[in-house]
Design a protein around this ligand. Structure first.
Ligand SMILES: Cc1cc2nc3c(=O)[nH]c(=O)nc-3n(C[C@H](O)[C@H](O)[C@H](O)COP(=O)(O)O)c2cc1C
Length: 363
């Protein structure tokens, strides 16, 4: 065993909001497409999540807050009794294994498709289509031009986030993470490439952040604020996203979130050299200056770069995606300096146990 790795700051405990985490390693949210068509969590999720329960915190795959929030084959929901029952079995087994788990709340906005929505158009801040295509039940189809939401409809969606939060609590989660990253509805409001509104929800960074902040305030009223996290992706370009000034947009978001006393702010901004890296000036350092609370960073980290980020006080926690997907015992492997399993990219989103619950653990 490498002494220096085993003694890494990665394995030091931390109080985060309402929880005590045994280490600084977070499992990043990852859509895996193993659930029933109606969004009921599959039984396979029980071994998948509970076998990773030694992470400081698990964040679930993105989970739809309502029927109109949906748009991904095999993604789960948290808006029906069967969803609560299915997730309850997952959270119980994670807790029995000694873990903690947050539910990532998701509305896909413009990157859904009418075939997921009983023929209705997806909704968005503005009627601007994303370039790219949706994997629908009938195969790949181009994204459509979404319908711009009215102010009354925006208020109703804020209410759906609060309702989903109450259901997540009922399902035994330890908290929720708002998916404000990667080009889904909240991010579509935040960035001016997808938000061209001229009312109270579009224009300046403050107006574009209004929807996120209304959602944060609504879910903080539905549950303790110490059980609420927010994820953002300031420079990510997934789902055809862009912003004319990511520094201004996202430092505003960080400044507004800071006094709200949430469990954490989670920033995904891939390191140079990692597959999702975008060659733009990183916004994470400015966010760190604006946000004195608990920060999670993510994107291409390994044991060494993660420990360095925590030591430099760039973040308190580091989330790992692909490394956790391929290594249920990632914490132990990092502690021992062991070799990691290689991920099988062919089974990222395919149904069944293959590439999901069959990655080997250390003997
Ligand atoms: C298969 C897969 C599914 C993902 N699904 C989600 C998701 O549901 N929600 C989310 O916020 N990010 C999602 N991501 C992004 C990851 O959370 C993470 O940001 C990304 O993998 C970079 O971290 P890494 O370099 O540690 O893997 C997904 C990534 C992968 C590989």
């Amino acid at each position: 065993m490498s002494k220096s790795i085993a003694e890494s700051v990665l394995f030091s405990p931390l109080r985060v909001g309402a929880l005590s985490l045994p280490n600084r390693m977070v499992m990043a949210p990852m859509t895996r497409g193993r659930n029933a068509a109606d969004g009921t969590p599959s039984e396979l999720l029980i071994p998948y999540y509970s076998s990773r329960a030694d992470a400081g915190l698990l964040i679930t795959e993105a989970t739809a807050i309502s029927t109109t929030a949906r748009g991904w084959l095999g993604a789960p929901g948290i808006h029906a009794p069967s969803h609560v029952e299915g997730w309850r079995r997952v959270t119980d087994s994670v807790h029995r294994a000694g873990g903690r788990i947050f539910c990532q709340l998701w509305h896909m906005g413009r990157v859904s498709h009418p075939d997921f929505l009983d023929g209705a158009l997806p909704v968005a801040p503005s009627a601007i289509a994303a370039k790219g295509s949706s994997h629908t039940p009938k195969g790949k189809q181009d994204y459509v031009i979404p319908r711009a939401l009215s102010v009354a409809e925006i208020g109703a969606i804020v209410g759906e986030y609060a309702q989903a939060t109450k259901l997540a609590r009922e399902a035994g989660f330890d908290g929720i993470e708002l998916h404000g990253a990667n080009g889904y509805l909240i991010d579509q409001f935040l960035r001016d490439g997808s938000n061209q509104r001229s009312d109270a929800y579009g224009g300046t960074p403050a107006k574009r952040a209004r929807f996120l902040l209304e959602v944060v305030d609504a879910v903080s009223a539905a549950w303790e604020k110490e059980r609420i996290g927010v994820r953002i992706s300031p420079t990510g370009n997934y789902n055809d996203m862009r912003d004319s000034d990511p520094q201004a947009t996202f430092t505003h978001v960080a400044r507004e979130l800071a006094p709200r006393g949430l469990a954490y702010l989670h920033v995904t901004e891939a390191l140079p050299g990692s597959p999702m890296h975008v060659p733009l000036p990183p916004v994470t350092p400015a966010i760190r200056s604006a946000y004195p609370g608990t920060l999670i960073v993510n994107g291409g980290y390994d044991a060494k770069t993660a420990a360095a980020a925590i030591e430099r006080k760039q973040a308190e926690l580091v989330a790992f995606g692909v490394p956790f997907l391929a290594n249920p015992d990632l914490v132990k492997r990092f502690q021992r300096g062991a070799t990691l399993n290689a991920p099988d990219f062919a089974t990222l989103y395919t149904p069944g146990a293959k590439g999901y619950t069959d990655y080997p653990t250390l003997g």
